[in-house]
Ligand binder design. Structure first.
Ligand code: MN
Length: 411
């Protein structure tokens, strides 16, 4: 009897220890996510100023000398590359900590290819490389996370363009891989890789002797791609011949569900931002505590929009100004002193005086979970820093149209 009683006490004690351990683990996981999120924020904030003002200078090309223009190009090039690195490192950290959740959707490969093609087209033109995509006489569908699949494809395509020879070619092929997979291959005409280099290919920060070349790249993109493909239940691989080129391929599970495709937005065209004008002067409120960001948006609007800009340095002041001045659109930073941008937005949405005003988040909190949380909470759109001028102006024009007609235009 004593032994039984001791067993029960012992088990209870064990249960409690386990429970405490779980709470501890959960807390540690949460702390890790918060750390990643704030790291992303801290790195993106200064990049927003660097890339934002460099984009402004690029737009003012008429007043810059050729050597100034070359300097601006360098700043932009290095800046976007730094952003790519930051994103890669954060992705990897999230994957390693098991924090990345992927959706399994039915994805049309022809849709994905059209979008990817548009995205790498400027890079293709700069490098003067020819590129062919499959014609999709047979529609192929796979089980994948659409956004992450695009990320993998963009990585493979831009590597194939980057590590090619002058005047080279990139060929994309899609084939059935029986019994139930689909293979996407990206073939380049670069210098190819020796077998021992292929073996090290998917390791972090391994550039396979390209360190000595002018091309930047850390190999982090391939490491992330491998992890992502595996998380989608697929395989990634490479076949390479020195002097001939390489074929990077991925295989994903085919989706043979006959249901029709969900309509997806087409690729965004890369065009010069359009001037936003209208008969009446519209008012915009920007709630932002960082003076550099505020100046950036001020200057941007000065060039492209016929609007009056009001600003507030914190959420409380922002709410007061919104109620009093009834702006058409509000731009809202999230990390603000005192009231957060998220809280300020909720207050504005709940107030009949301001509930109709579209509020666009402009934030350096750029992890997918931040964006999801923001959109679910009621932001009209969620833009991440560093600001991309085209995307920023498009979104603004969309929000102004919404303010005018009370409906979202086709996106
Ligand atoms: Mn801020």
């Amino acid at each position: 009897m004593f032994a039984a009683a001791r067993d029960v006490t012992e088990r209870k004690r064990l249960d409690q220890v386990l429970q405490e351990k779980n709470v501890e683990l959960e807390r540690a996981n949460l702390a890790k996510s918060d750390f990643l999120s704030s790291m992303s924020h801290e790195l993106r904030s200064p990049l927003n100023a660097i890339l934002g003002f460099a984009q402004l200078m690029e737009i003012d090309a008429a007043t810059t000398t050729p050597s100034q223009k070359a300097s601006i190009d360098q700043i932009l090039h290095a800046g976007w590359y730094l952003l790519e690195l930051i994103n890669g490192i954060l992705d990897l950290a999230q994957i390693e900590s098991g924090k990345l959740s992927l959706s399994g959707e039915r994805v049309s490969l022809s849709d994905v290819m059209v979008e990817c093609q548009a995205m790498v087209e400027p890079q293709r033109q700069t490098r003067g490389i020819s590129m062919t995509f499959p014609r999709f006489d047979i529609p192929y569908h796979v089980d994948a996370d659409r956004t992450r699949l695009k990320q993998v494809m963009i990585n493979l395509l831009s590597n194939a363009l980057k590590y090619n020879r002058p005047g080279g070619a990139v060929d994309v092929e899609v084939t059935a891989a029986p019994p139930d997979r689909v293979r996407i291959s990206v073939r380049d005409t670069g210098q190819g890789l020796a077998p021992e280099k292929v073996a090290q290919l998917f390791q972090s920060f391994n550039r396979l002797g390209r360190e000595a070349t002018a091309e930047e790249g850390t190999g982090i993109g391939l490491v992330v791609s491998k992890r992502l493909v595996e998380l989608m239940g697929g395989v990634i691989g490479v076949e390479s011949t020195v002097g001939v080129g390489s074929v990077f391929w991925i295989e994903l599970n085919a989706n043979t569900d006959p249901s029709p495709d969900i309509e997806t937005p087409g690729p965004a065209a890369a065009v010069q931002p359009q001037m936003i004008t209208s008969g009446s002067l519209r008012t915009l409120l920007y709630v932002e505590d960082n003076p550099a960001n505020l100046t950036l948006v001020e200057q941007l609007l000065g060039r492209f929009a016929d609007v009056r800009l009001l600003s507030a340095r914190d959420g409380t002041l922002g709410i007061q100004i919104a109620r009093a001045s009834q702006p058409e659109v509000i731009l809202m930073d999230i990390n603000l002193p005192g009231l957060s941008g998220l809280e300020a937005m909720k207050i504005l949405r709940d107030d009949p005086l301001t509930a109709h005003i579209p509020i666009v988040a402009v934030s350096a909190n750029a992890l997918p979970r931040d964006i999801k949380k923001g959109l679910e909470a009621g932001f009209f759109r969620y833009l991440t820093k560093p600001i991309k001028v085209n995307e920023f102006m498009d979104t603004l024009s969309e929000a102004l149209t919404f303010a005018e007609h009370g409906a979202r235009p086709r996106t």
